[in-house]
Design a protein around this ligand. Structure first.
Ligand code: ATR
Length: 266
């Protein structure tokens, strides 16, 4: 059995096992490959990664809070993972552990059109924002960052040559073609859209809105953006796209997107 897993703390809520096992079944690999969710405390991560090969793992995904540590623990890393400073995917080949970041290409793949030359507003300045800002800037978008704590936005903008904007009341959302929520507002049904300082009245059909947050129900931002006629990409689609990129890294096969979508939305 070739083992795969998502390592996080906590991780029991993860939809990745259902999504990846559905994909493996669809590819006819269900007998030989298996994907699990494993709760690993930060202090245990180095030993866990060191034992991956012995334990039969060929790859793992990393989620909160392990993405930066995973990059450090890998023996080699892609330029993209190094530039972002975080890895959500490790591949194991004997003693060699390679780090990749599929959050960035996953986000770009989730967009229905290229962000090149478009004005993008990233909400948030945490780990998820880092991959998003890098991905959008790399794809040629003109990126601005807003964060509740302005200093974190400034630091992120400095790393990736982006701009920052401050919400003096409401954000000037109409000035952007693309708005991406990377904050935890809306995650698991928590938080209100008002905390993002977006005025629903200015969202329009010309805009694309990406909400990386998801829960059992549609988030308030997704519902509001749909109502406004905007192109909407929800957090489950972003999850599927990063998962598809990781699956490709491990199996070198094209991911069955529809089977993965059915599994995460099940
Ligand atoms: P992740 O690695 O998942 O991005 P994180 O590093 O904890 O997680 O970042 C969470 C992001 O959500 C931050 O940008 C945070 O804003 P602060 O830097 O000001 O803490 C943002 N966030 C969390 N709760 C928020 C809220 N109620 N309103 C606005 N932003 C919020």
């Amino acid at each position: 059995m070739r083992r795969l897993a998502v390592l996080g703390h906590p991780v029991s809520h993860s939809r990745s096992p259902a999504m990846q096992n559905a994909a493996l079944e669809e590819l006819g690999l269900g007998e030989q490959w298996r994907y699990e969710a494993i709760d690993v405390e930060p202090a245990e991560l180095p030993a866990f990664v060191a034992a991956l090969d012995d334990e039969g793992f060929v790859g793992v995904n990393l989620t909160v809070p392990h993405k930066e540590a995973a990059l450090e623990l890998a023996s080699e890393a892609s330029d993209r993972a190094k530039a972002i400073g975080a890895a959500n995917t490790l591949s194991v080949d004997g003693e060699t552990i390679s780090a990749e970041n599929t959050d960035a290409p996953g986000l770009i793949a989730a967009l229905s059109s290229s962000p090149s030359g478009r004005r993008a507003l990233v909400l948030g300045a945490g780990g998820a924002a880092r991959a998003a800002v890098w991905a959008l800037a790399d794809a040629g978008a003109d990126v601005a960052i807003w964060n509740r704590t302005a200093e974190r936005a400034e630091a992120l903008a400095k790393d990736f040559k982006a701009k920052t904007i401050e919400a003096d009341g409401l954000l000037p959302a109409a000035e952007f073609d693309l708005i991406i929520n990377t904050t935890t507002v809306g995650m698991g049904g928590g938080g209100r859209m008002a905390e993002l300082h977006l005025d629903p009245a200015v969202l329009s059909p010309e805009q694309a809105i990406v909400d990386m947050a998801y829960g059992d129900r549609e988030t308030e931002l997704v519902a509001t953006a749909r109502e406004a006629g905007a192109t909407v990409v929800d957090g489950l689609e972003v999850l599927v796209r990063q998962g598809a990129e990781s699956l490709r890294v491990w199996t070198r096969r094209e991911a069955p997107l529809d089977a993965m979508r059915r599994a995460v939305r099940g």
